[in-house]
Design a protein around this ligand. Structure first.
Ligand code: GLU
Length: 438
């Protein structure tokens, strides 16, 4: 992975959008310019950074301390909102960048929410179930004083999921009950569940949340393709990342008739020219413990149907749609010039560096930016938050209908902004967000 600082990258994107906006000839008074400049300056800094250490009693009896963060970037439009990442390479600048992108993402999706993000430096794959539960509960308890339904609302991110949110929300409510002098009523307890989203349905989660990022990505992609006036033919795609986001993106693209010819996870990928069946591939991965050898096309998994491929090779395949759905900076100055895809659908956060953006733009490749492409997840998180606060439970059909409308509205706004400011979709998306934030 390229060693670009993600926060530097995020700020470069921001500065670029501010420059386009400032040069656009919008008629504003001197006072407005001064205010604009001050607000822009403020947006370069997170409001608050919380540093925590979480002790975990390991199964072998030793005590291990894990370091973590919660960055509360901006709450102009509503409570801070954003996931919690468990990863060995988490660092403060990464969490700052991710929380900044959340601010922009929530504004692009027009949600009444701000931006935040959390991270713990850990490889959760090396922890037992009990160690993982202690870590999750310990982290929730460490940040309990600074979160709440109208303060900051965390959710899953890389390597965290509904089960982990369940432990966290349970711990959070326990801490609040212990601190409260009066008994917390059942209704209040239900509302406190709105402090975390991405929960399992049994813990108060929303229908459709788990697959929302993938489905939202498909809706955005379809809305972009409709506007591109491309010739009608079966499209092909390659997807990097086979976690919740990558897998669901693969599944929805496949269901929509797109031929997915390559997928990968952190250990490597597979290339299946006849087209991958994502559901069968996941079942095979679960059985074998790895993607390698899972060449599942049509209704069979057969070793003669495909071959292994590296993560780097996957990015350079000759496909219509490239979907980075893993980590930051994977498309950078070293490989941008060699990318053959026509469209890049950024399902990961920050997968493209600012330098790569320029190279891709010069090649005429359309980059559908993360703050639009993957906003389906936080959009359904906002639905979950609303349902918890209002004591409702929407059907999956209702959730997906609302998601479809939100994604189409956001894509239309971003597309129109990029046209009227004569810029790319990323800068267009930033402009939509900035205008809603200042
Ligand atoms: N982690 C997801 C993201 O990066 C979802 C955040 C949320 O639902 O709050 O958008």
């Amino acid at each position: 992975m390229s060693h670009i600082n993600p926060f530097t990258n995020a700020m470069q994107q921001f500065v670029q959008a501010v420059a386009v906006l400032s040069q656009s000839g919008r008629k504003v008074s001197k006072k407005e310019i001064k205010l604009f400049k001050e607000k822009i300056e403020l947006m370069r800094f997170p409001k608050r950074i919380i540093n925590v250490s979480v002790p975990v009693r390991m199964d072998d009896g030793s005590l291990k301390i894990f370091e973590g963060y919660r960055v509360q970037y901006d709450n102009t439009r509503g409570p801070y909102k954003g996931g919690i990442r468990f990863h060995p390479a988490v660092n403060l600048d990464e969490v700052k960048a991710l929380s900044f992108w959340m601010t922009m993402k929530c504004a692009v999706a027009n949600l009444p929410l701000g931006g935040g993000k959390g991270g713990v430096i850990v490889n959760p794959k090396e922890l037992s179930e009990s160690e993982l539960e202690q870590l999750s509960r310990g982290y929730a308890s460490a940040i309990a004083n600074v979160i709440g339904p109208d303060i900051d609302v965390p959710a899953p991110d890389v390597n965290t999921n509904g089960k982990i949110m369940g432990w966290m929300v349970d711990e959070f409510i326990k801490v609040k009950s212990q601190k409260s002098k009066v008994r917390i009523s059942k209704t209040e307890r239900e509302k406190l569940k709105a402090t975390f989203t991405g929960k399992l349905i049994a813990d108060g989660g929303s229908e459709g949340r788990e697959e929302a990022t993938g489905l939202g990505g498909l809706y955005v992609l379809q809305a972009v393709i409709k506007r591109m006036q491309s010739p009608k033919k079966q499209l092909t795609a390659a997807i990097q990342g086979f976690g919740n986001v990558g897998y669901n993106a693969a599944r929805f693209l496949f269901d929509s008739g797109i031929k997915v010819i390559a997928v990968s996870d952190s250990k490597g990928g597979i290339y299946v020219p006849d087209g991958i069946n994502p559901e069968m591939t996941l079942a095979c991965k679960k059985k074998n413990g790895m993607l390698s050898g899972c060449y599942c096309s049509g209704s069979v998994c057969d070793v003669s149907k495909g071959k292994p491929i590296s993560n780097e090779e996957l990015l350079l395949l000759d496909v219509d749609i490239l979907v980075p759905a893993a980590l930051e900076n994977v498309i950078n100055k070293d490989n941008a010039g060699k990318i053959k895809a026509r469209i890049i659908l950024e399902m990961a956060n920050g997968p493209t560096t600012a330098e790569a953006d320029i190279a891709l733009h010069d090649k005429g490749i359309i980059v559908v930016p993360d703050i639009l492409a993957n906003s389906g997840g936080v959009t359904v998180s906002a639905f979950e938050w609303e349902q918890n606060l209002r004591g409702l439970h929407w059907t999956k059909k209702e959730v997906n209908r609302r998601l479809f409308d939100k994604m189409n509205e956001a894509t239309e706004n971003v597309w129109n902004a990029s046209r009227s400011f004569k810029t790319d979709l990323r800068t267009g998306a930033f402009i939509v967000a900035i205008l809603r934030l200042i």
